[in-house]
Design a protein around this ligand. Structure first.
Ligand SMILES: Cc1cc2nc3c(=O)[nH]c(=O)nc-3n(C[C@H](O)[C@H](O)[C@H](O)COP(=O)(O)O)c2cc1C
Length: 378
């Protein structure tokens, strides 16, 4: 079986999967359960000076079947007082395997008060700083660094800051961060039940944060950009990893470890072991001995310069089921098909080159892969 051992900040983990800050990390019991289920590391709910009182309900799934394995939430930070975390929950984690990350937010003042006592418990391996704004993340990191000089610090980044997150990431490193967690859930979002016209989730304004499958492409774009701009800086790639192949992709764009919140929430804690095995099997079947063999593999393929050269197409009539989607769905009416008999040499694809914009939709919708590119990827 391929080796999935992962090391972060000198701490060895049996699995690359880290439980991200969220409901399953509600207290020490939740963290231990995640370890027992196979998580390589765990992150606490975010500790703040005031305990959270959450709106009800605060977790809903999408009503649209087009958004599978996605979640909306209006859950706040830890609903246990931070003092209880320091006095009871974190000490109860003594002897834990793998990595234990304490999440602290959201203001610099909170970092200043909470980070020292958290570090003094002696059981935490790293602190994750999470903030609502790009300005406060940098000051938060600075204060935590002052209070916990020896502690590895992860700056948690959110795409809600848009491209401004990269200067914030750089500033966070200068302020003392040692790595990144990317990304937080995305929002605000809004979902309505069309039978009642009512919002599906509780909370002021009913605006929710979205996590899970729908955000993975965004998370991966951020991870790839961070890995490119800050080579060698550890990144806990977080956002929408639901199955083993997602973890491969996240690692290929540069993640050092993989944070997961929604997958074990929606699939149960058994998800950790199941996905660990599936990931190992995928690596075996592709002749990789270790997960680290694929780390960053996609980065060198990312195009720096835009490529506008026309595409060439290959049509294999014996594979074509004559579903005609390539013709029907072409937005530019650039495709014609001759012949009626599926999977026969009668079939001929005609491309009207003066109409074709080489968007690629025809290839994408061809399920039997009868239509492919001659010169892509390049
Ligand atoms: C219900 C819920 C509660 C969350 N609470 C926190 C939190 O307290 N602190 C935090 O930094 N992130 C929190 N997150 C964000 C997750 O840690 C993670 O960054 C995000 O969900 C993306 O990962 P995923 O797609 O695997 O869920 C929460 C996410 C969910 C779904």
């Amino acid at each position: 079986m391929a080796d999935l051992k992962t090391t972060l900040f000198g701490v060895s983990m049996s699995s690359p999967f880290i439980l991200a800050s969220g409901p399953l990390a509600y207290d020490a019991t939740g963290l231990w359960e995640a370890y027992r289920a196979g998580a390589g590391g765990v992150t606490t709910k975010t500790l703040r000076l005031e305990r959270a009182i959450n709106p009800t309900p605060h977790m809903v799934v999408p009503r649209s079947s087009n958004l599978r394995a996605t979640l909306f939430n209006t859950e706040k930070w830890a609903d246990l007082p931070w003092e209880q975390w320091v006095e009871r929950e974190l000490p109860a984690m003594r002897g834990h395997p793998g990595l234990l990350i304490a999440s602290i937010g959201h203001t610099p003042a909170e970092g200043e008060v909470i980070a020292g006592p958290v570090a003094a418990t002696g059981v935490v391996d790293a602190i994750e700083c999470v903030a609502y704004t790009k300005a406060t993340i940098v000051d938060l990191v600075r204060r935590v660094r002052e209070q916990a000089p020896q502690m590895p610090i992860l700056a948690k980044l959110t795409f809600n800051w848009g491209d401004d997150l990269y200067p914030a990431a750089e500033a966070a490193l200068k302020a003392g961060a040692n790595g990144f967690t990317a990304i937080d859930s995305i929002g605000p979002t809004l979902q309505i039940d069309i039978e009642t016209g009512q919002p599906t989730i509780g909370g002021a304004g009913n605006k929710a944060w979205m996590s899970g499958a729908a955000i993975r492409p965004v998370a991966q774009a951020v991870v790839a950009e961070l890995a490119t701009r800050f080579p060698g800086v550890p990144i806990v790639g977080t956002g929408g990893v639901i199955q083993a192949e997602d973890a491969v992709e996240m690692t290929m764009v540069g993640a050092s470890a993989i944070g997961v919140c929604t997958a074990p929430l929606l699939r149960g804690l058994e998800w950790f072991e199941r996905t660990h095995k599936a990931l190992s099997a995928w690596l075996d079947s592709h002749n990789y001995g270790r997960l680290s063999d694929v780390r960053g593999a996609a980065l060198r393929h990312l195009h720096v310069v835009e490529d506008t050269a026309p595409l060439t197409f290959v049509f294999e009539p014996l594979k074509c089921t004559k579903c005609d989607l390539c013709v029907v769905l072409c937005p530019y009416d650039a495709r014609l098909m001759e012949g009626d008999k599926p999977k026969s040499l009668d079939l001929k694809q005609i491309l009207l080159e003066d109409r074709c914009r080489y968007c690629g939709l025809c290839v994408e919708v061809c399920k039997p892969a009868a239509l492919t590119y001659g010169n892509w990827p390049r």
